[in-house]
Design a protein around this ligand. Structure first.
Ligand code: IMP
Ligand code: MG
Length: 177
């Protein structure tokens, strides 16, 4: 059993998350009603959010995955690496990226540019959490479920060094003294 050296204070409950996902999914369905988008879930952080969100979307939407990494511990490394790429054709597609959180904005702005240069027709970004105060890249996030303060959060897919992803809520992580 891994020793737990942290405390986690609940910021968003399962109920709040589920309710908001429902609202945002309606917004997405409206905006994409005349399109055939390719949804790309940015792993690992968005795997729980993506699976909950897509169950409220049109089941004919195709889904692919990309593994991108920009974080080491609680500090942004400031650069993005594609660890595993999508398999789908990108040319001419309307892409909807799903990510766990827009923090500095480095990841989503990098992927937006990268996929437009691969020939995507359009790129939109949907995040569960938005830490607007941390943004140092001029990034647009078209869909965001919650604006949160500048705190390091875990749970519902978000991790601290790969721990705490399985918590059913989003909580603020603090070091036990
Ligand atoms: P970016 O700084 O916007 O590029 O965010 C990159 C990634 O950092 C996100 O997709 C998360 O995986 C991770 N990240 C940013 N803030 C947090 C946090 O508060 N908790 C856990 N992961 C985070
Ligand atoms: Mg992460």
């Amino acid at each position: 059993m891994t020793e737990n050296k942290h405390t986690v204070k609940i910021l968003l409950t399962e109920e709040q998350i589920n309710k908001r996902i429902m609202e945002v999914s309606l917004q997405i369905q409206r905006d994409f009603s005349d399109k055939d988008p390719l949804i790309i879930s940015i792993l690992k952080g968005s795997f729980i959010f993506s699976s909950d969100l897509i169950r409220h979307l049109n089941p004919l939407y195709k889904i692919d995955f990309i593994v991108a990494k920009s974080y080491i511990g609680t500090e942004s490394s400031g650069s993005v690496k594609i660890i595993a790429d999508v398999k789908s054709e990108i040319k001419g597609k309307d892409i909807l990226f799903i990510d766990d959180i827009a923090d500095t904005g480095v990841t989503t702005s990098f992927l937006r540019k990268e996929f437009l240069s691969r020939g995507a027709k359009s790129v939109k970004v949907c995040v569960l959490l938005n830490k607007q105060s941390r943004r140092f890249v001029d990034t647009i996030v078209e869909y965001s479920c919650f604006d949160i303060p500048n705190e390091f959060v875990v749970g519902y897919g978000l991790d601290y060094n790969d721990l705490y992803r399985g918590l059913p809520y989003v909580g603020i992580l603090s070091q036990e003294k």
